[in-house]
Structure formats: C-alpha cells, structure tokens
Design a protein around this ligand. Structure first.
Ligand SMILES: NC(=O)N[C@@H](CC(=O)O)C(=O)O
Ligand SMILES: [Zn+2]
Ligand SMILES: [Zn+2]
Length: 345
C-alpha cells in the first residue's frame, strides 16, 4: 500500500454554520484539520468582537470529544464596522482575519459592503495592525455576466483597494479563474489566494451538461476548463501564494435541490482524499503538504502544525458517505464523479 504523510493540514476557508448544522458538520473537519478560518456569514452575521467571541464559544461547545482543533475566527466587514473594536479583537487573538463580501455577492451577504469609501478607515487600520482581509472577489453589478464577475472585480475593486491601502494583506478567497491566478502572481508580497478542492475538479460543464447538478453549484461558479487547468497548475506548482481553503459550505439537500437552489459545495468529508487524487494526477504528490499544510500558515504568520496526517492509496476505490445527517436535515457530500483510491488513515 502506498502512503504519504504530511503535516496536519489546515482549512483556510470554512463554513461551519450554527446550531444543529454546526454540530453535524464540525466532526467532518476536526477529523483531519487542525485549524480553520471560520467564515462569518451567519444570519445575522458575525460583525463585532462580542459576536465572534460568542460564536467561538458555540463552536468549542460543539467539538467532538477528543478533537484537537482551533477555530480561527473572522469578522464580517460592514460599512458600520468599528476599527477600534476590530483592532482590539485582533490584538487579543480573538480574530485572525476580516472577511469582505460585496453586498449581494453570495450566501448571506446582504450586510456586505456597497460603498468602499465607507470602509476606508477600517482598511487603513487593518493595514496598520497587520490584520489580513479575506475577500469574496465578485462584482454584483447585474450588467456583468456571472462568469466574468471575478475578473471584473480584480480590475474595478480589488486592485484599486490594494493600491489605496499599501501594506494591507489580502487573501483572494476561492479563486476560480486564470485571471485570479495571474493577478496573485503579480504581487511579490501581501497577496495570496485560497483554492477550493471542488474548483480543482469541476468546470462549468459538470454543472450543466446532462441535467443540472445542484450539488456542483457554488459561488464563484465553476468556469471554463482552461480556468480549472490554471487553478490546478497554481495549486500544484509549489508557489507559496496559493493554499487550501475548501469553502466547504453545507446546505441541507432540501435547499440545494430546489427551484432556487443555494450555492455551496460540501467537501469537508472527502477533501484530503480528493486532493491526494488531484496531486497524484498532476505528478505533484510531494507538493500536497505545501498546499494543504505549509503555505497557509506561512501567509498568516503562524507555525505549521506539529501533528501529521497519513493518506493511503488502496487497490480498490474508497467509499465515502453520500450524505451527512444533521439535525437540520441531510447534507450531500461532494461527489467528484470518478473513483478515488486515497483515504486518510
Ligand atoms: N461558496 C458558496 O457557494 N457559498 C458560501 C458562501 C461563499 O463562500 O461565497 C456559503 O456560505 O454557502
Ligand atoms: Zn465566498
Ligand atoms: Zn465560502
């Protein structure tokens, strides 16, 4: 049996939700990951230090027995965010980053930013104190085609914001395009990107050809094959600016398989197995550790984890659960559509 052992990985972009859903999905992440950046798009969102403290307490209370996992909290940036509250939360270690959602861009983003002039003071403060900004990089202008929204965001919003805020450390979350990859490579420092597992596997045909596949629908939506290939090249290149953020985003099946289905792929359960498959395919198994366990901590200025994760390749395809049962209802696990031989031990 072939095995590979890497430092225990971290997930730099994760949705845990709250309540019964939190309790249902948390073990799927704590099984393999040591830390995760916890996205703040609850309803209502996590906007103040007090909100983050209370949410962290709820996550810790929901931890499975014996789990060794640290949630890294974030604040949801709004036009009313108080720079002093944010700075105190960062200085105390309560929060690790702040998340920017353009208003209306994705699930639970109604409280996001409309007018960037109104968050100028907060961004300046973040640059000053070294608090990174995680960005959902899509414009929401109805005139912009949904497949172009990431590329247009880079030109119209992200690049101007970065130029106006020297020293601001930015993570482009869940990049889906060659444009995103190329933009990250233009910066020598202060810019990185997370890449999801599913965007390394599916392109837009997988969502739409042969019947609509709601469990492949997420935001930013998967793009053309040339973009998927650019993401795979970036993820497996060894370039430290690219690291794993699964964007595992659970929604109950009733809301995914719906006339107006929610965006989000749930990959927490099988992400490490799928990544081993992808990296092996690319002849880059030796670079999996960098992508999943080393580049992220380096960007965030944290030490890599001490523990390890071993993945084994078996002779027969591995079966993953089709669904996770939660108190809110079943959540379908991302199905890559091909046999997978790797699994974490
Ligand atoms: N990625 C998604 O499609 N959905 C995420 C939100 C997000 O990360 O944009 C969610 O919270 O469901
Ligand atoms: Zn997002
Ligand atoms: Zn997300």
């Amino acid at each position: 049996m072939t095995t590979i052992t890497i430092r225990r990985p971290d997930d730099w972009h994760l949705h845990l939700r709250d309540g019964a859903m939190l309790a249902g999905v948390l073990p799927e992440t704590t099984r393999h990951f040591a830390r995760a950046i916890i996205m703040p798009n609850l309803v209502p969102p996590v906007v103040t230090a007090a909100d983050a403290q209370a949410y962290r307490d709820r996550i810790l209370a929901a931890m499975p027995a014996g789990a060794d996992f640290t949630p890294l909290m974030t604040l949801y940036l709004t036009e009313d965010t108080d720079p002093e509250d944010l700075a105190r939360a960062h200085a105390s270690g309560l929060i690790t980053a702040v998340k920017l959602y353009p208003a209306g861009a994705t699930t639970n983003s109604a409280s996001g930013v409309r007018d960037f002039a109104r968050v100028r003071g907060v961004l300046d403060k973040m640059a000053e104190i070294g608090c990174p900004l995680c960005v959902h990089g899509e414009v929401t202008d109805p005139d912009i085609d949904i497949f172009d929204r990431e590329a247009v965001f880079i030109d119209r919003v992200l690049d101007p914001v970065r130029r106006a805020t020297p020293g601001l450390r930015v993570i482009m979350e869940h990049i889906t395009t060659k444009d995103g990859v190329d933009y990250v490579k233009t910066a020598e420092k202060d810019l990185g990107a997370t890449i999801t597992t599913h965007h390394l596997i599916i392109n837009r045909n997988h969502i739409l050809v042969g019947g609509i596949k709601p469990h492949y629908y997420c935001l930013p939506v998967a793009k053309r094959e040339e973009h998927r290939l650019a993401l795979r090249a970036a993820a497996t290149s060894g370039d430290e600016r690219f690291f794993l953020g699964t964007d595992s985003a659970p929604h109950i099946d009733a809301l995914k398989e719906h006339a107006c289905g929610c965006a989000g792929c749930f990959t927490a359960t099988n992400t490490m197995a799928l990544l081993a498959h992808v990296f092996e395919d690319e002849g880059a198994l030796d670079r999996l550790e960098g992508f999943a366990s080393l580049h992220g901590p380096a960007f965030y200025g944290l030490a890599p984890n001490q523990g390890t994760l071993t993945l084994a390749r078996s002779d027969h395809p591995v079966q993953f659960p089709e669904k996770i049962e939660t108190g809110d209802g079943p959540v379908t696990v991302f199905d890559p559509g091909f046999p997978v031989y790797w699994s974490p031990l």
